[in-house]
Design a protein around this ligand. Structure first.
Ligand code: UDP
Ligand code: MG
Length: 351
């Protein structure tokens, strides 16, 4: 049966939250006005998350899952879920219950009123560290100033999207995916619902500082060319300082015969300043060129080692052909004799 709603949940080492998550999500699913599929995407977890997903799938036919062959990151996990989702409305939420599933009916209501995208906007973050709150606050405002499209502040990936939006997202081939930006870029009628972000239900934060920083840089670089221009401005600024220093030196030479700017210290400062400007500019260029390189390589976005719950193989093939995003299955046909029926769906080379 074609589901009306798809819920996508990326999971990375969330064994502590999965049972409670399933309990809360399935309560919401029971009350929805049409068939729902729950797509859990295992992003290369090394704890018992996959085993829990298997047992949830055995227990409840609405649960489907995809399992990556390694950790590819949150944005790619959500992308995989979007590639496989079949619902008319698709909801993305985190596994740690920071995005309350109880908000989904409100989102659906807005969708039924005619909005193609309903995103959740945080009014408050409870018990998250000051550093995270401060950096997030600064980043979202910086992004709003710099980005070419209007990306609303304090929104994450928690949202509902209409089938039409999902289809467009699935045809976007880019590797460095900043989904909330892409979502804004697509347009259509979008609206926000406000919520207070609860602390994580259990377990450690999976978005390490490095991953969050990477996501932030991705957002800026993917949606703004201002950083490139920044190096031009810095170059101009350095040139202006150089001219000023030259005028000062001439002035002192002519009127005082000595100049306080001729010492080693002054020369040293100037050299370091110029060096910094140049390295900084090369770094910015590198960010853009590195992304071009990533795109040109054109590798598949992810590799799957196991999938279950997606009714027909043919349906999967149709979707993978439609979405234009390559993915590869790395498991060998006989690698999992104990779970054949379930696993064989996911086996068979490149689709
Ligand atoms: N996550 C993922 N892959 C990763 C890191 C995180 O799939 O490499 C998932 C994680 O399981 C959770 C969501 O992304 O469902 C958000 O992660 P987290 O709660 O650690 O981040 P934050 O709440 O700080 O944004
Ligand atoms: Mg979280």
């Amino acid at each position: 049966m074609q589901p009306k709603y798809s819920l996508i949940i990326p999971v990375y080492n969330e064994e502590a939250t999965l049972p409670e998550l399933f309990y809360r999500v399935s309560t919401v699913m029971d009350r929805m006005d049409g068939p729902v599929e729950l797509i859990l995407v295992n992003d290369g977890s090394c704890d018992r998350s996959l085993a829990i997903m298997r047992s949830l799938h055995d227990k409840d036919a609405r649960v489907c899952y995809l399992s990556f062959a390694r950790n590819f990151g949150h944005q790619i996990a959500v992308t995989a879920g979007l590639n496989f989702a079949r619902g008319q409305a698709v909801v993305i939420l985190d596994a740690d219950l920071q995005d309350p599933p109880e908000l989904i009916p409100d989102m659906v209501e807005r969708w039924q009123q005619g909005y193609e995208v309903v995103y959740a906007q945080r009014t408050q973050r409870h018990r998250e560290g000051w550093f995270k709150r401060l950096t997030a606050y600064v980043f979202y405002r910086l992004l709003k100033q710099l980005a070419d499209v209007d990306i609303p502040t304090d929104t994450g990936d928690f949202c509902l999207m209409d089938r039409r939006v999902v289809e467009i997202l699935n045809t976007m081939p880019e590797r460095n995916r900043y989904l909330r930006g892409l979502r804004s870029w697509i347009g259509f009628r979008q609206t926000a619902i406000l919520f207070e972000r609860e602390p994580r239900f259990a377990g450690e934060v999976k978005y390490t500082f490095r991953k969050s920083f990477g996501l932030a840089v991705n957002g800026l670089v993917s949606f703004s060319k201002v950083p490139l221009r920044l190096s031009t401005y810095l170059g101009l600024f350095a040139a202006a300082i150089a001219v000023l220093m030259a005028i000062l030196i001439l002035y002192w030479r002519i009127f005082y015969l000595t100049s306080p700017l001729t010492g080693y210290a002054a020369i040293g400062v100037a050299i370091f300043f110029l060096g910094a400007v140049q390295l900084f500019s090369i770094g910015i260029l590198g960010e853009y060129i590195g992304r071009i390189y990533e795109e040109v390589k054109n590798r598949p976005l992810y590799t799957l080692s196991e999938i279950a719950g997606f009714a027909e193989r043919r349906e999967l093939e149709r979707q993978s052909a439609d979405c234009g995003v390559g993915f590869e299955v790395s498991a060998q046909p006989n690698s999992a004799p104990s779970n054949e029926g379930r696993r064989q769906e996911g086996i068979g080379g490149r689709w």
